[in-house]
Ligand binder design. Structure first.
Ligand code: PEP
Ligand code: MN
Length: 354
């Protein structure tokens, strides 16, 4: 159920409707929009008496949301969600989901301070505003490198100060979630955890944006339901990320499902990024699929970059070289205006020579 407030409803009227919802034992989710505020009602197992709300002052209408996901749906909010990162310390203002494409780049894993700094410098120079590196790694083998943990987070915090890059990193479980929440700007929930509902709920109690990657075989509805888990706890800043799904095709690591972008955008107001690195697993496929992702309307990219991919402790074959990242930024900057987008810093990047 959704209570749609009138365009000029006052904060007091919105507050009074929320209080009435909570008094009935439900949870109220006021979601401000450009035209009006809508208040989602969750926690009800059956129908809520519509009339109870229609008569409250400032209420325009009460709508039943038929879809399984509610807060993630466009019924609640017609316009796109834009996540704002205000200017802080050395970091310039940034957004995810607005006109400006969000480019998140960095190594799969933080391996050492030297490695992370070398890559971060390239990422910053070429115009990205977000740095992503793994400190807690979900590896298929327990014998593979598992990440540096808190030490990796500390290195990334230094990178934020030094290069003005916002930090995105994955939380694997409750313990790492607490650490990531303390150090990072965006909490990544990986594909393998997309349906770890207790972790999603815990992330929903935090007040930091959550980058949610699509599960290895998740349908669109399952993906949006996972976003709903986070939002149902009051954290509305969810960023979706298409990272490829398992199919019969074996020429790439996964099959990057770009068609999910317009489908998500038709149903949900949440931003959606594309990760061509895990989506293909192949260095040479990253640039073409990045172009395609932006052309398809993605709100940005998540790309793995490494200065010495042959020595990488994880995902070396899909990491692009810094020079390739420079070309990617240049080309994306060229495509951006065609699809009504900008690149905050990258648009000024000169054409690379490779
Ligand atoms: C990653 O981003 O490094 C990662 C492990 O991604 P995914 O969860 O999509 O496999
Ligand atoms: Mn990786």
């Amino acid at each position: 159920m959704l209570v749609v407030m009138k365009a000029h409803a006052t904060p007091e009227q919105i507050q009074a409707v929320c209080a009435a919802i909570e008094q009935m034992g439900f949870r109220a989710h006021p979601i401000p929009g450009a035209q009006r505020t809508a208040i989602g009602i969750t926690g009800n197992n059956g129908a809520v008496e519509q009339e109870r709300f229609e008569t409250l002052s400032g209420v325009s209408e009460v709508i039943r949301v038929s879809k399984a996901y509610k807060l993630a749906s466009r019924d609640v909010k017609q316009e796109d969600t834009v996540i704002h990162f205000p200017r802080t310390g050395s970091c310039p203002e940034a957004t995810i989901g607005g006109r400006d494409l969000a480019i998140i780049a960095g190594p799969c894993s933080i391996e050492s301070r030297e490695q992370a700094f070398a890559i971060a410098e390239q990422v910053a120079t070429n115009g990205a505003l977000f740095f992503r590196g793994g400190a807690y790694k979900p590896r298929t083998s327990p014998y593979s490198f598992q990440g540096l943990g808190v030490e990796g987070l500390r290195i990334m915090a230094e990178i934020r100060d030094r290069f003005g890059l916002r930090i995105v990193t994955e939380a694997l479980d409750n313990e790492s979630l607490d650490h990531v929440n303390e150090w990072a700007d965006v909490i990544q929930i990986g594909a393998r955890n997309m349906q770890n509902f207790s972790l999603l709920k815990r992330a929903g109690k935090l007040r930091k944006p959550v980058l949610l990657k699509r599960g290895l075989s998740a349908t669109l509805e399952e993906f949006l339901m996972s976003a709903e888990y986070v939002m149902s706890e009051g954290n509305y800043e969810v960023i979706l990320c298409e990272r490829g799904v398992r199919t019969f095709a074996d020429h790439t690591r996964n099959t990057l499902d770009l068609s999910i972008i317009p489908s998500v955008q038709a149903l949900s107001h949440l931003p959606i990024l594309v990760d061509p690195s895990h989506g293909t697993g192949k260095r040479d496929a990253i640039l073409p699929m990045s172009r395609a992702g932006v052309a398809a309307g993605a709100d940005g990219l998540l790309v793995e970059v490494h200065h010495q991919p042959d020595k990488a402790l994880s995902d070396g074959p899909q990491a692009i070289y810094p020079e390739q990242f420079a070309r990617l930024m240049y080309e994306i900057g060229q495509i951006a205006p065609i699809v009504g987008r900008t690149l905050a810093r990258g648009i000024h990047v000169a054409e690379p020579t490779v």
